[in-house]
Design a binder for this molecule. Structure first.
Ligand SMILES: Cc1cc2nc3c(=O)[nH]c(=O)nc-3n(C[C@H](O)[C@H](O)[C@H](O)COP(=O)(O)OP(=O)(O)OC[C@H]3O[C@@H](n4cnc5c(N)ncnc54)[C@H](O)[C@@H]3O)c2cc1C
Length: 484
C-alpha cells in the first residue's frame, strides 16, 4: 500500500481507536473528540503532503518490496545523497508546525529504519527476532503506520538501590505462552499515543544487571488498539479556542499519555528482544537507531529555532525596539542558537559514513552535542520571547473582540508604526503560545526531557566519546624534551 493520505489515517483511527482515557471518560473517537481532533488533523495534513504532486519526489520513494511510493523517512540511506533526501523531507514536516510537533511520524520511522537495518543485532541469540524486526519494519513502511513509543517504566522510587522499574509497577513479562508473551505494568510516557496506530515498547538503557531484571528486559511493538492496553492522558492543551487566539494549541496538540498494560498479549512475531539484559541495554547505541533519531531531532531543532527567531524578529519590528542594544543582544542569542544547530546538522551530514550495518549514518558527535545543548537553549529562547514581549504578550484581545463593537477602538489603540492592531494581537498570541501558555510550557518540558534527562544524556556522551587520542596527545606533550 502506498503512503497514506490524511483521510486514510483518520479513517483508521476512527474505525480502530485505542483505549484512551481523558478526564474520567473513555474516548470513543479521537478524530472528533475536542482534545485530539485538531492535532489528528495536523497529522493528517502532514500525510497529505506525501500526495501533493509537486512534493511527491521529496516526500516519498519507491518501496524496494512493493514498488509503491512510501514515506521518505523509511528510506535506508546508503549514500550521502540519501541522507540529504531524508533531511529535506523531514525539514518540510518540521517547518509545518514550526518544530512544535516533535512526534511527527518521521521521528520513530527514523528509529525503526535504524533498528531494521541492524536486524541481525536482534537475532544474535534468537534468530527468529531478526526476521520479526525485518517484517515489522516492512509492515509499518508499507502501511505507513504512525507510531508512538514508550521507554521508561513507572517507578515507585528513585533511590540508589531501586532497579529501573523492577517492582510491581514497571512493565514486566508475566508469562510466556504458545501465542506470545503476556506483559503487565505501567510506562511513562507515550507522546502521540491516543492518535497512534502502533506502540513500540523498547527497553530503557538503564536496566540493572541483577537477574530479577530479566523479566523487564524486552522490546516489542503492538497495535495501539490491543486489548488490555490503556492510554491515560493529561489534560488537553487544545482549549477549543479559535486558531487566532491559540494558534499552536489549536493545531498541534500531540498529547502525552501514561500507558497501562493489563495482561497484554504480545504475539511472538512482534517480539524483538526478550530476557537479554545486555542486548537491551546496548540496543540503541549498537544499532545506530539513536543516531538516526538524533538526525531527525536536530532537523526539528533547526526548524524550531528558525520559528522562534522569526517570531522574535517580527515582535521587535512591531514594537519598534530593534535599536535597543539589549534587544539586539537577545535576538543575537537566538541567531547564535539557530546557527549552532545548523552547524551541528551540517557537520553530521558532511562526516556521515557507512556503518557496520551498511547504512550511511550521520556522524554522531555533532548530533549528540546538539541534543545536549538544545534542552538548555530552548528554555532560554522562551525566556527571550518573554523579555522581548513583556506586557505586550498580555495585550492580546481575542479575535472575537476585534469583531465586536469595540473592534475599531482596539484597532486604533493597538496598531503600531508597522502593524495593524489585529495583526499585532495575532502575532503576540503566537508568541504567547510559544512562551507562556500551557502548550508553550509543555514544549519547554518536552525539550528538557523527551530524549532523557540532561544528566543522563551528558553521561551517555561522556561514556561514548573517544578521548583516548586526546589523552595520548597530552601524554606526548608532557613527554617532550624540556625547553632550555
Ligand atoms: C513532554 C514529554 C514527552 C515525553 N514523551 C515520551 C515518549 O513519547 N516516550 C517515552 O518513552 N518517554 C517520553 N518522555 C519521558 C522521558 O523519556 C523521561 O522524562 C526522561 O527519560 C526522564 O525520565 P523521568 O521523567 O522518569 O525522570 P525521573 O527519573 O523521574 O527524574 C526526575 C529528575 O531527577 C533526576 N534524576 C533521577 N534519577 C537520576 C539519576 N539516576 N541520575 C541523575 N539524575 C537523576 C533527573 O535528572 C530529573 O531531573 C517524555 C517526557 C516529557 C516531559
Amino acid at each position: 500500500m502506498p503512503a497514506r493520505t490524511g483521510e486514510e489515517f483518520l479513517a483508521r483511527l476512527r474505525e480502530n481507536p485505542a483505549e484512551v482515557w481523558i478526564d474520567g471518560r473513555r474516548v470513543d473517537d479521537p478524530t472528533t473528540h475536542p482534545a485530539f481532533r485538531r492535532g489528528a488533523r495536523s497529522m493528517a495534513a502532514l500525510l497529505d503532503m506525501q500526495h501533493e504532486p509537486a512534493l511527491r519526489d521529496e516526500m516519498t520513494y519507491d518501496s524496494p518490496s512493493s514498488g509503491d511510493r512510501v514515506g521518505m523517512s523509511f528510506l535506508t540511506p546508503r549514500n550521502a545523497e540519501d541522507v540529504v533526501r531524508r533531511r529535506l523531507m523531514m525539514t518540510r514536516w518540521a517547518r509545518y508546525s514550526g518544530g512544535m510537533m516533535g512526534r511527527s511520524p518521521d521521528y520513530l520511522n527514523a528509529g525503526l529504519m535504524g533498528v531494521a537495518a541492524a536486524s541481525s543485532y536482534f537475532g544474535a541469540n534468537r534468530p527468529e527476532f531478526k526476521a520479526n524486526v525485518e517484517r515489522y519494519y516492512e509492515h509499518v513502511r508499507e502501511n505507513d503506520l504512525c507510531m508512538t513509543h514508550t521507554l521508561v517504566n513507572m517507578r515507585r522510587t528513585r533511590s540508589a538501590e531501586s532497579v529501573m522499574g523492577a517492582d510491581d509497577v514497571g512493565l514486566r513479562v508475566m508469562r510466556e505462552t504458545d501465542e506470545g508473551i503476556v506483559v503487565k505494568g505501567a510506562r511513562v510516557l507515550a507522546t502521540l499515543g491516543p492518535i497512534s496506530d502502533e506502540i513500540m515498547v523498547f527497553p530503557s538503557t538503564v536496566l540493572s544487571t541483577m537477574p530479577d531484571a530479566e523479566s523487564y528486559a524486552f522490546a516489542f511493538s503492538i497495535p495501539s488498539a490491543t486489548a488490555g492496553l490503556k492510554f491515560v492522558c493529561r489534560e488537553s492543551f487544545d482549549l477549543g479556542r479559535p486558531s487566532y487566539d491559540h494558534p499552536l494549541g489549536s493545531r498541534f496538540e500531540e498529547m502525552d499519555a501514561i500507558v497501562l498494560f493489563d495482561e497484554v498479549l504480545v504475539p511472538w512475531e512482534r517480539v524483538f528482544l526478550l530476557g537479554d539484559i545486555e542486548l537491551c541495554n546496548n540496543a540503541y547505541a549498537a544499532t545506530n537507531a539513536l543516531v538516526h533519531m538524533m538526525h531527525q531531532v536536530v532537523i526539528k531543532n533547526v526548524a524550531k529555532s528558525e520559528f522562534v527567531l522569526g517570531i522574535a524578529a517580527r515582535m521587535v519590528e512591531a514594537l519598534g525596539s530593534g535599536h535597543l542594544p539589549n534587544v539586539q543582544g537577545m535576538v543575537a542569542e537566538l541567531i547564535i542558537d539557530l546557527e549552532l544547530m545548523k552547524a551541528c546538522l551540517r557537520a553530521a551530514e558532511a562526516d556521515a559514513a557507512v556503518d557496520e550495518w551498511g547504512v550511511m549514518c550521520p556522524d554522531r558527535p555533532p548530533l549528540d552535542v546538539a541534543r545536549n545543548l538544545f534542552p538548555k537553549m530552548y528554555p532560554r529562547m522562551v525566556e527571550v520571547l518573554q523579555l522581548l514581549g513583556s506586557s505586550n504578550l498580555m495585550a492580546t484581545p481575542s479575535g472575537a473582540d476585534f469583531e465586536s463593537e469595540i473592534g475599531q477602538e482596539l484597532e486604533h489603540y493597538l496598531s503600531t508604526d508597522t502593524m495593524s492592531g489585529l495583526d499585532r494581537a495575532r502575532l503576540f498570541h503566537l508568541a504567547w503560545d510559544v512562551a507562556c501558555s500551557a502548550f508553550g510550557g509543555r514544549q519547554v518540558l518536552y525539550e528538557r526531557f523527551f530524549f532523557g534527562d540532561q544528566t543522563r544524556m551528558a553521561s551517555a556522551l561522556y561514556n561514548w566519546y573517544d578521548m583516548e587520542p586526546l589523552k595520548t596527545r597530552v601524554d606526548d606533550f608532557l613527554a617532550r624534551e624540556p625547553m632550555m
